[in-house]
Design a protein around this ligand. Structure first.
Ligand code: AQP
Length: 342
């Protein structure tokens, strides 16, 4: 089976964008691929954070993966920091990656601009932690949204560079088995329409870090919160509802959300809503969201009510991940000339 890895940062509440753009797709992937899904807590400290919130968000994220349908009997679910090889490999990769490659990363430039002068080094080297997340598992495919494409390209370049410098015959000469150190992964492009936009601005993505909670639906929002957010979300003065009108980004976004949570096709939705006005469409969307999220919230309640169950899953997941990750780490350490520990 081909292998797929992916993760979400525990930096705040998991929202509808994370769910429709990532976690919901994992549920389909776990039936086809060998999958590892982790809570990427090491990534969550690149910007200043509150330790108490991190530990809570980490537990919450893992519980939500399961509540959304990620099945621990099919996929390995674990916390990134529990597998130490992630941090160790990042150091090794940082020593073979030119700084100029990292300086080119658009996300770094944007986040550094917002954070000012005291921005941590981790924000620059973040893509190498992501490269470690992927390369440690010798995975074939990585589901990536548009915003992560550049980071995956970097991962591929770093893998090629390590394979060229330390792999193959050179590695054999150093006493290693030779061959390739890292598998070079490909992007798995998520299904179309999976980019969910803000409820207050249809041209910017729904995001955990946006200051206003009104801009997103969190997976654990109550019925009242969902209804209130949908009632207040940005609209326009056109009549009728339609997809893909460039002057109506909010309309396209909300219809897209409705399509994904109702399980209908785009054509079915377009036909159903074409003569509606916003006042008719909004309650339809709010109801569909509540109906879709209620079973997830119920399952979430059951998972968090049994902490030992979640602990057990995370322990098992980390143990399985560690076997694969440590084998890769050992290979690259040997190839780089580190004295093996006896
Ligand atoms: N709005 C979105 N639509 C579709 N997919 C989205 N993802 C995030 N936002 C949307 C996907 O969720 C996964 C987890 O991403 P992450 O935890 O690395 O966070 P992020 O991509 O930086 O986005 P967030 O969650 O909103 O956080 P901030 O506020 O930091 O930008 C990824 O697969 C991502 O594509």
């Amino acid at each position: 089976k081909k292998r797929v890895v992916s993760g979400v940062q525990p930096t705040g509440a998991i929202h509808l964008g994370n769910y429709l753009g990532a976690i919901k797709n994992w549920v389909a992937l776990q039936d086809v691929y060998d999958t590892l899904f982790f809570v990427v807590d090491l990534h969550a400290i690149t910007l200043p954070h509150e330790p108490k919130e991190l530990i809570e968000a980490t537990k919450k994220s893992a519980a939500l993966y399961i509540a959304c349908g990620v099945d621990p009997s099919k996929a390995s679910i674990f916390v990134q920091s529990h597998v130490r090889a992630h941090a160790e490999l990042t150091w090794l990769l940082s020593c073979v990656t030119p700084i100029s490659w990292l300086n080119k990363m658009i996300q770094f430039k944007e986040k550094a601009r917002k954070s000012g002068e005291d921005v941590g080094t981790g924000l620059l080297t973040y893509p190498l932690l992501m490269a470690s997340d992927i390369l440690l598992y010798q995975c074939d495919l990585v589901p990536v949204g548009e915003d992560q494409r550049q980071h995956l390209e970097l991962t591929r370049d770093v893998a090629d560079r390590v394979n060229n410098i330390y792999g193959g015959k050179k590695w054999k000469k150093r006493g290693g088995p030779g061959g390739r150190i890292f598998k070079v992964p490909d992007a798995l492009i998520p299904p179309a329409g999976a980019r969910i936009m803000s409820l207050t601005d249809g041209t910017s993505k729904m995001s955990k870090s946006a200051p206003s909670d009104q801009s997103r639906i969190n997976l654990l929002d109550t019925r009242d919160e969902i209804v209130r957010k949908i009632t207040r979300c940005k609209t326009d003065s056109f009549t009728g509802m339609e997809f893909d009108n460039p002057d109506r980004p909010e309309c396209t976004n909300l219809l897209g959300i409705y399509q994904l949570v109702s399980g209908k096709t785009k054509e079915e939705v377009a036909e159903e809503v074409k003569d509606m006005n916003w006042g008719q469409f909004k309650p339809l969307l709010a109801d569909a969201l509540v109906e879709h999220l209620t079973p997830i919230q119920k399952r979430y309640g059951e998972v968090v009510a049994e902490p030992a169950y979640l602990d057990g899953i995370l322990k098992e997941g980390a143990e399985r991940a560690e076997v694969i990750a440590n084998a890769t780490l050992e290979n690259i350490q040997n190839a780089m000339g580190f004295l093996p520990r006896q």
